[in-house]
Ligand binder design. Structure first.
Ligand code: MN
Ligand code: MN
Length: 481
């Protein structure tokens, strides 16, 4: 399904009319209880019976946000039934409502994100009936930019939805290489992460017959030199997390192909950057491994010696994420001005925030604010949690510098504190724990499908837009000679 912006209204199988509460509707709609509640849809035949009119509610005029319009477009896409083409007409502009361009972008996003189907393994190849959604607007450029970010989200969803037995670390690395070639990114695949000192990645990867990979992916403006400051993105890429010898019960293993959701989000965001032409250098660091209980697997009680010389005692092989990310954070902080990591790290984040939101931790107020502002613009629910120093006591080990234990109380915070030990205090750093939000085990809602959600892609893109605007802003005071 594709989404396009067109200035002209042309015929379509289904036409969505967006309606504010209180505006007059047909008797047909009234009899069917249409009150224009946000996301409410009532379908009626048009006068000559050729098309279906979808009346879509927005709630009261003046209270509709970008999220309302995304949700409305998503509702229209789901209600389109057998239609092959759907036209979305903008709502009438009214004082304090969104501008035409913002409305058009939100509609395009809602349609593109809700229209996603994972077609990977259906023998009939079916990915839905709807072929094309037309947003009637003159704001072509804004819509194209919004759709580039949505394409990144859908790319991340495809990667997350791919079974662990197919998307092994070497296969994931190959796919990233192909994406880089297609989108104009620089990519390097390291087949021996041990050469770079990535001890955690090597240690966790040993438990699988599929060898680990370390992938570097970069975006830079065409005229950028190597000295230009860069923003580092780190993504956890555990292609399947069985728990290792600390094996998970089946119930908790069911969604564990999504344990590479952080790496997928970073790849999706990078893929959107060349199309957006952001004047900022972004370097991605992607550790890819499978956590399995092979004979060579990490044992409980083993000690991993990290690239910074410090050591971690492994008391739970299912807490592999922080062990893998540790060395990669050191690596990224040495090369970048600021570092953001995205990881499906702890189930504790779901206990704190539910399954539809992510958490962000940060050692820097400005970066935290930028990430939260990006999430708000993307409509991805993200909440800041604190790096509580009192919780550091849970990292103490009798035999090493720290332990990778998890506790029922506060594990999301403790995992973040573990990661913080590998980032210099002078490097602005933010950590996104998207363990619950990366995979929707329930039915679809709003613009989110079942399965991989691509959570984080659009937050990263919006945050990078804000960071590049900061970098491009003129500095105050007299300029250097
Ligand atoms: Mn695990
Ligand atoms: Mn994991």
């Amino acid at each position: 399904m594709r989404v396009v912006a067109e200035a002209q209204r042309r015929p379509a199988d289904a036409v969505a009319r967006l309606r504010y509460a209180g505006t007059p509707v047909s008797t047909f709609c009234r009899r069917r209880g249409f009150l224009a509640r946000p996301g409410q849809v009532v379908a009626e035949p048009d006068q000559d019976g050729r098309a279906v009119v979808l009346n879509v509610g927005l709630g009261p005029s003046g209270s509709a946000t970008a999220a309302t319009f995304r949700r409305a477009a998503a509702a229209a896409v789901r209600a389109a039934g057998p239609a092959r083409t759907l036209r979305l007409d903008l709502a009438p502009l009214d004082g304090d409502d969104l501008s035409e361009a913002d409305q058009a972008c939100a509609l395009a996003e809602g349609a593109a994100l809700a229209g996603y189907r994972y077609g990977g393994h259906r023998s009939d190849g079916r990915t839905g009936t709807l072929r094309e959604v037309v947003v009637v607007t003159g704001a072509h450029e804004a819509v194209a930019a919004a759709l580039a970010a949505c394409a990144g989200t859908c790319l991340a969803r495809d990667l997350v939805n791919c079974p662990g037995g197919e998307l092994t670390p070497p296969e994931f690395a190959r796919r990233i290489q192909r994406i880089a070639e297609r989108e104009g990114l620089t990519c390097a695949v390291h087949e021996d992460p041990g050469e770079l000192g990535l001890a955690g990645l090597v240690a966790v990867g040993r438990g699988s017959r599929q060898p680990p990979r370390f992938v570097r992916l970069s975006h830079g403006p065409a005229d950028a030199d190597d000295d230009q400051p860069s923003i580092g993105l780190v993504g956890k890429g555990i292609t399947f997390d069985s728990g290792g010898l600390s094996l998970k019960p089946t119930e908790r293993m069911r969604s564990m192909k999504s344990d590479m959701g952080g790496a997928a989000a970073v790849v999706g965001a990078l893929a959107a950057l060349p199309r957006l032409g952001l004047p900022v250098r972004v370097d991605a660091f992607l550790p890819l491994a499978e956590n399995m209980p092979d004979g060579a697997a990490l044992r409980v009680g083993d000690v991993v010696r990290h690239v910074d010389g410090s050591s971690t005692e492994i008391v739970d092989t299912d807490n592999e994420g922080r062990v893998v990310l540790a060395d990669v954070l050191v690596h990224a902080a040495e090369r970048c001005e600021a570092v953001l990591d995205v990881a499906t790290l702890t189930s504790a984040v779901a206990q704190a925030l539910g399954t539809r939101a992510g958490a962000v931790f940060a050692n820097d107020e400005q970066l935290a604010g930028t990430v939260l502002a990006g999430a708000a613009r993307a409509g991805e629910p993200l909440w800041r949690l604190p790096l509580l120093t009192a919780e550091r006591r849970h990292l103490r080990s009798a035999v090493a510098d720290r332990v990778n234990a998890s506790h029922r109380e506060g594990d999301a915070v403790q995992a973040a504190l573990f990661l913080q030990e590998f980032v210099p205090a002078t490097t602005p750093w933010a950590h996104l724990d998207i363990a619950a939000a990366a995979f929707n085990a329930e039915g679809p809602y709003d613009e989110i499908p079942h399965g991989g959600t691509g959570f984080g892609v659009r937050t990263l893109v919006e945050a990078l837009k804000l960071l590049s605007a900061d970098a491009a802003a003129p500095t105050c005071g007299p300029s250097a000679p």
